[in-house]
Ligand binder design. Structure first.
Ligand code: ARG
Length: 262
């Protein structure tokens, strides 16, 4: 082959590869209108030690969030894949485009809104204090006034509030809410501050613990979505509105939190 021919062949090869690649991308864009991390899949990040929102039943992650996300994925024609990760890595992972949604009984906060968008709210929670029966701590004021260590789940609103109220030195951070509760049972901490529904589940599962109400404000739970992906945000919000309107969300919540307890 002479040099000119080689050059022409090479050029046309490059050109046709470029054409093919452009073709692929277009097809993928058409197929992946919602811009999910993996086409056809809704990748959800959670931290699955937060009953009744997410917890393991055998190998499977179940709970309010898992079921609502499944119902949303069904509406969007996507397969739901749940990844169980550390709570304080969820927002960063959504922001970095690793996960499509963070769905973890996650509270909408001003600070998180700097990094991600949130869908509409599908549930609410409030921070509660768990202590052992007979504890001197009877409310938030006596908790603040005491000198006991407080167990929290790292990076949660309970962590933020407590750190503000009593300072770093009295905070013991755990990756799982349940580990904080175990620390309370063993006496390593004098109280645990966590959302009310998981608090109730932990108290139901362990003898000798009680829940104290706090004057903290009610928190809205929503799914975190990457700021760049407005199409997905809108599609999820539409799906949530439909699931709200037809009673699906209420019945999922009722299944895990029977109303006489709520
Ligand atoms: N609502 C609290 C927050 O957003 C706690 C959420 C913890 N969720 C979990 N799946 N572990 O900070």
């Amino acid at each position: 082959m002479n040099k000119k021919l080689i050059k022409t062949v090479a050029l046309s090869l490059v050109a046709s590869m470029g054409f093919l690649m452009a073709g692929c991308e277009q097809e993928q864009a058409a197929d992946n209108e919602l811009g999910t991390v993996t086409p056809g899949v809704l990748t959800m990040a959670t931290n699955a030690y937060f009953p009744p929102y997410e917890f393991y039943e055998g190998e499977q992650i179940v709970g309010i969030d898992a079921e609502i996300a499944q119902a949303v994925a069904d509406k969007l024609g996507l397969e739901l894949v749940i990844e169980d990760v550390e709570f304080d890595s969820i927002i960063a992972g959504v922001q970095a485009g690793k996960y499509d949604i963070g769905c973890a009984g996650m509270t909408v906060t001003e600070e998180r809104l700097q990094s991600v968008n949130f869908t509409s709210t599908y549930s609410t929670g409030i921070q509660s204090i768990i202590v052992t029966e007979g504890s001197d701590i009877t409310n938030l004021d006596s908790l603040i006034a005491s000198d006991c260590m407080v167990g929290v789940q790292s990076g949660t609103t309970g962590d933020l509030y407590m750190t503000d109220d009593i300072g770093e030195d009295r905070i013991d951070r755990y990756n799982k809410g349940n580990d904080a509760v175990m620390a309370l049972i063993s006496g390593a901490v004098g109280a645990v501050v966590i959302d009310n529904q998981p608090a109730q589940s932990f108290v139901d599962a362990n003898e000798g613990l009680v829940i104290l109400d706090t004057p903290y404000t009610v928190e809205d739970y929503a799914m975190a979505v990457n700021k760049e992906n407005e199409a997905l945000l809108e599609a999820i919000n539409n799906a949530l509105a439909e699931l709200e309107a037809d009673g699906t969300i209420d019945s999922i919540i009722e299944q895990y939190i029977p109303s006489e307890e709520a």
